[in-house]
Design a protein around this ligand. Structure first.
Ligand code: ADP
Length: 475
């Protein structure tokens, strides 16, 4: 919180964080960046974290189970199988996720999924409401919970409520393909603050609000449906200092030694992603094939180590990519492998954060080429894990939110296999001084915009919003 606000506001209000999945502090490292960032904020000011327990039960309790973890209270609800199928697997992951990532071809529009999504949002909001205190700041996370504030306002909640969208906001043409886009857009106007990953996302939201709903814009505020909210970019960061330390831990060093090939000219390129069609992994394999075609000096020398654990395995579209990847990797290895070398090593399971940090540090090139991504934290982790004296090179998709901040990376279009292959070859031969300069610039950005800065700038902005966001006739 800025000093001015702290002075003016005195005590910090209690933070109530709401996300699809609540992670116990003991398992936070596995819960990823969001869990860690939220827990830090909750620890600092005390607070409540509310959401799904991760458990499915036949007859879920209507009242949340409450557990205390130091100054943090965790309140969770189970979901029934039918709720989970419609809300999570259905509307969130088979409709909103593909649509917001520009994969209209994969979006399933099923009215029952939508009804289930709305019902679960209302049920969760109804269960949270009795736990809220008047002065709470409420922070809702991500596409699973778009209508959550509206459901809370229906319970007469007057608290300041902010929302952060971790994934991209789509262009209006895409959003309006969604049968329920009007209801969903209207529900967003129950928030006081909407946070997006990039300025482009903010712009797309504003365009949509103006074009479809005649919204009025003034500075950062957007008024429609008789309500005013503030829409701003808050690019999410990682705890770069901590990740850099992790990369020199004993477990990371062990992994480093397993991966780094000391023979001159040998290059490991690393890719780390959830197995998801937005991550551009087949296209990345094809770029690897193009590299081998165009630059014969890579044969026997360059290896792509792709780590991609299965995710959302119950969703049919995710089963298909796994097969596709195995096919392409088999084809490329069949064409180029030698007795003691194969160009692609593909590992289909999750690794610990220390192991990952060591692998990043051992890899000369980090290849992060999503077709579309809200931010992409792997790009940031790769940079944070490097040895500043002898750093690797980041090759980054222009369609990752991170590309708007990480200009010192080699920026590519993931659809252009030749351009990606050329960038890989440039990275292989990049002089030490250039590598150091690029790394120093990237690292400065990571330290400036870390997870703490992200969280505090969002909560500061929420504090500055007047609650609730009704448009007064005078303004
Ligand atoms: P997304 O949120 O879409 O999965 P991000 O790149 O923003 O993409 O975040 C992914 C997070 O998951 C990163 O913190 C990364 O370290 C972690 N992760 C990705 N792949 C693996 C893996 N194979 N093992 C462990 N963690 C992983």
């Amino acid at each position: 919180m800025s000093p001015a606000l702290r002075k003016a506001g005195g005590q910090r209000p209690r933070l109530v964080a709401v996300s699809n999945r609540v992670v116990h502090p003991r398992g936070a490292a596995r819960g990823g960046g969001l869990a860690v960032a939220l827990l830090d904020a909750l620890r600092e000011r005390g607070g409540l974290w509310f959401g799904w327990s991760g458990q499915i039960s036949d007859q879920p309790d209507s009242r949340p189970a409450v557990a205390e973890a130091g100054p943090i209270r965790l309140a969770t609800l189970d979901l029934s199988q039918a709720e989970h199928d419609a809300y999570y697997n259905g509307f969130a992951n088979r409709c909103l996720w593909p649509l917001f990532h520009l994969r209209l071809d994969l979006a399933a529009f099923d009215p029952q999924h939508y009804d289930g999504y709305m019902r679960v949002n209302r049920r969760l909001a109804g269960a949270l409401w009795p736990l809220l205190q008047d002065e709470d700041q409420v922070w809702i996370h991500d596409y699973h919970l778009l209508p959550f504030a509206e459901a809370l306002r229906e319970q007469r909640a007057r608290q300041q409520i902010g929302f952060f969208l971790h994934i991209p906001f789509p262009v209006p043409e895409m959003l309006t393909a969604l049968p329920h886009y009007r209801e969903l857009m209207r529900s967003l106007f129950s928030y006081d603050l909407l946070g997006f990953q990039t300025e482009d996302d903010v712009q797309r939201f504003r365009d949509c609000a103006v074009r479809e709903f005649g919204a009025q814009l003034r500075g950062d505020s957007v008024t429609a449906f008789g309500r005013r909210l503030v829409a701003k970019a808050f690019p999410i960061g990682i705890d770069a200092r901590e990740f850099a330390q992790l990369a020199t831990s004993p477990a990371a060093r062990l992994e480093f030694q397993r991966v780094r090939d000391p023979r001159p000219g040998r290059t490991v390129i690393v890719g780390v992603d959830r197995l998801d069609y937005t991550k551009g992994i087949p296209e990345r394999f094809q770029a690897m094939e193009r590299l081998l075609e165009r630059y014969p000096d890579t044969h026997g020398q360059v290896e792509l180590l792709q780590i991609a654990p299965t995710s959302r395995g119950e969703v049919p579209e995710y089963m298909a990519i796994r097969e596709q990847l195995e096919r392409i990797a088999g084809h490329i290895n069949g064409l180029y492998a030698q007795l003691d070398w194969a160009p692609i090593r593909y590992i289909n399971r999750p690794l610990g954060r220390r192991q990952l940090a060591g692998i990043y540090r051992a890899s000369r090139i980090g290849l992060v080429t999503p077709l579309r991504d809200g931010m992409n934290l792997v790009a940031k982790e790769y940079v944070a894990a490097q040895d500043p004296a002898d750093p690797g090179v980041l090759v980054l998709s222009r369609f990752a939110g991170a590309a708007q901040q990480m200009r010192a990376a080699l920026i590519v279009s993931p659809y252009d296999a030749t351009a990606v292959a050329d960038a890989l070859q440039t990275a292989r031969y990049m002089p030490l001084e250039e590598r150091r300069n690029r790394h120093a610039e990237l690292m400065q950005g990571l330290l400036r915009n870390d997870a703490g800065a992200w969280r505090e700038s969002f909560l500061d902005a929420l504090q500055r919003c007047s609650a609730p966001g009704e448009e007064s006739p005078a303004s």
